[in-house]
Design a protein around this ligand. Sequence first.
Ligand SMILES: Cc1ncc(COP(=O)(O)O)c(C=O)c1O
Length: 391
Amino acid sequence: MTRWQQRLHDAAQQRAAHAAKRTLHTVQRREGARVWVDDRELIDFAGNDYLGLASDPRLIQALRDAAPLGVGASASHLVSGHHAAHAALEQALARWLDAPRALLLGSGYAANLAVLQGLLGRADHCVQDRLNHASLIDGARLAACALHRYPHADAEAAERQLARSTGLAVLASDGVFSMDGDVAPLAALADACARHDALFYVDEAHALGVLGNTGAGSVAAAGLGTAQVPLRLCTFGKALGCYGAALVGDGELIEHLQQSARPYIYTTALPPALAEVAHAAVLLAQGADGERTRLQENFARLRNGAAQLGLSMMPSATPIQPLLVGDNAGTLALADALRMQGFWVGAIRPPTVPQGQARLRITLSATHRPADIDGLLAALAQATREAAHAH
Ligand SMILES: Cc1ncc(COP(=O)(O)O)c(C=O)c1O
């Protein structure tokens, strides 16, 4: 064995020993919450398509209509790839979030790298919630700044870290936490930033389209705007059902990022046709009050049903409804049992969540019918009963 083969072998053995191997399942077809996977029909409770837009016929038609634009942007934005479709999408996003400007990026992951690398250097500080998404942690690493992580949702601890930070600081937080579903204490964090002259950045990946009036996100839902939160991330791959992302906020900040953020500068622009589809999705999401009401009804139904079964869901008032299990193998076994009964639920394990906090991540969509949720609850009841017997 070469030394490289030995390293790969050891890593694979470690994953197997800790039930940490991730398995890829191939989707053949998707219609709302129904998916055909590995030749079986399942109801999807694992995705982030909260409004059901990923397979919405109106967006499929928008994609057809945009086909004459071609399949690629042909260059990065600042060279020759910036298209009128990109400009129109940026304007629509800025209007929606009531901010001066928006800047498109390839993905939410790239956008989080862009913000922190573009704003922070070695002498600076990034203060982050301990449960922030991996891309925010990676962004701070790319910036080579000092990274301070405060206990989850603890605004006082965040403020103490800001007070200790000499030099410039960004406080970055998920708006809705991706693996927990709870909402950050945004007003308290904004106050702490104001007191310490720190820049507040909120990742709206799981809040856009879901929270706030017209679905404008967690910042809007908290009664805040660009004055308190000068920069926000919008991803298109979750409630908007598409792909790509944008930073939305203060004009000078956006201008600075456009000039300096490497994940913006050194990459090909989104295909203009996809920008057209994302634009259509923005307009649909703004008007999706009916879907937002259905989402709320759906997660209320799940929570009530789970309580009747004696299952304690983690506290969350968003479509992300995790059920804490603890160990990796037990979580995987539950997810497998649910899949056998026709329900697809994410088995989330470390390093995505802290050690010992593996969980089922159940996500709701407006396309779930009451019978889908009742079916999942019955399957959960059976799977947890069988798991208890097996112990
Ligand atoms: C909180 C959060 N931020 C950023 C991202 C990355 O977004 P994207 O999927 O557009 O790369 C994700 C999900 O993947 C996320 O959950």
